[in-house]
Write a protein that binds this ligand. Structure first.
Ligand SMILES: [Zn+2]
Ligand SMILES: [Zn+2]
Length: 330
């Protein structure tokens, strides 16, 4: 069996050079990874989330190395991370992202993309057009997750939106919402991150107390119980609170305000990659490059994760196969 370099988690993170390459299944493609992104989810996995062991990573851009359908070979692609079964009721309703039998790249029963190669079903792949460089394409997954809010919650554009949290997730949500709504404010604790968040008239504040309550939509992207309490206080009666963080909330949260004010709580997770790519194409001025804190070669995965956990870090990238040439760019 051929081997490859990979960042493997086995209770601890290792860089290895002799990990077995994926053996592609029928209908799947083998992808040569060019860039991978470190996500909060990866750091949660390293704390035991999902009990995952194996190659980490689900955010990538790469080129198709092998595939039964020859037209894919050499194409630069990103890929939806959930591999659905294709047979169940959820799949029949085009909700493969909720398929109970799904595997998830680098998260559930599926080797991830922080390696020279990974594999995904061909139906999950989307070609990346030439105007989107690798450094933007690698952000498709988190950007699409932000796009999911607009898919779930149609807006008129007149709403007042507050985003709680100035991390990557909060910034992505603010940017995507600002493409559809004029009045968006991000609340955070880091002046330098709030500076990055500014785009298209997005307002920022370090002090939640400066905010007028009564917002139509409050997006919780802090991942803390305190964030939920703030969201309930800032949202107007009959408004919507969008929960965007998968970080489990522990401790007691008094949900009475939700009942009293008849607020809607909307859980929101992954989005469609087509939506993320569309936002990138329609908004080439979206300052995605400002989110990239640092880049490391794959062999320095440990250092890269160390950097990603520092409080000022936004997105840290791993460079893999960066010198490969594209045989068939489009
Ligand atoms: Zn992610
Ligand atoms: Zn299914």
């Amino acid at each position: 069996m051929e081997s490859m370099a990979a960042a493997v988690f086995d209770g601890k993170l290792y860089y290895v050079q002799d990990y077995p390459q994926p053996q592609i299944k029928p209908g799947w493609a083998k992808i040569k990874v060019r860039l991978a992104g470190i996500c909060k989810t990866d750091m949660e996995i390293m704390k035991g989330y999902m009990g995952f062991k194996g190659v980490l990573g689900h955010e990538f851009v790469g080129t198709v190395e092998a595939c039964a359908d020859g037209q894919w070979i050499g194409k630069r692609v990103v890929g939806e991370i959930n591999a659905a079964c294709g047979h169940c009721d959820w799949c029949a309703r085009d909700l493969g992202r909720h398929c109970p039998n799904r595997t998830t790249l680098g998260i559930v029963n599926h080797e991830g993309c922080m390696a020279e190669f990974c594999q995904l079903p061909v139906v999950n792949l989307l070609t990346v057009t030439e105007e989107i460089p690798d450094e933007r394409a690698v952000l498709t997954e988190p950007l699409s997750a932000a796009c999911e809010i607009l898919e779930q919650l149609p807006v008129s554009g007149k709403e007042r939106v507050i985003v709680l949290g100035d991390g990557r997730l909060g910034i992505f949500c603010a940017w995507v919402l600002s493409t559809a709504v004029e009045d968006v404010t991000v609340v955070g604790h880091h002046p330098e991150k709030l500076e990055v968040a500014k785009w298209r008239g997005i307002k920022t504040t370090l002090n939640e107390k400066d905010l007028q309550p009564g917002a139509d939509i409050v997006v919780e992207a802090t991942g803390s119980g305190a964030g939920i309490v703030s969201a309930m206080a800032l949202c107007r009666p009959r408004g919507t609170i969008v929960l965007k963080s998968t970080v489990a909330i522990s401790g007691d949260v008094n949900l009475a305000p939700v009942v009293i004010n008849e607020q809607t709580i909307l859980g929101s997770r992954c989005g469609r990659f087509a939506d993320g790519l569309k936002v990138m194409r329609n908004h080439p001025d979206m300052p995605l490059d400002k989110l990239i804190t640092a880049r490391y070669p794959l062999e320095q995965a440990q250092e890269a994760f160390g950097r990603a956990t520092q409080s000022d870090a936004l997105k840290v990238l791993l460079e893999i196969n960066k010198n490969i040439s594209l045989t068939n760019p489009d």
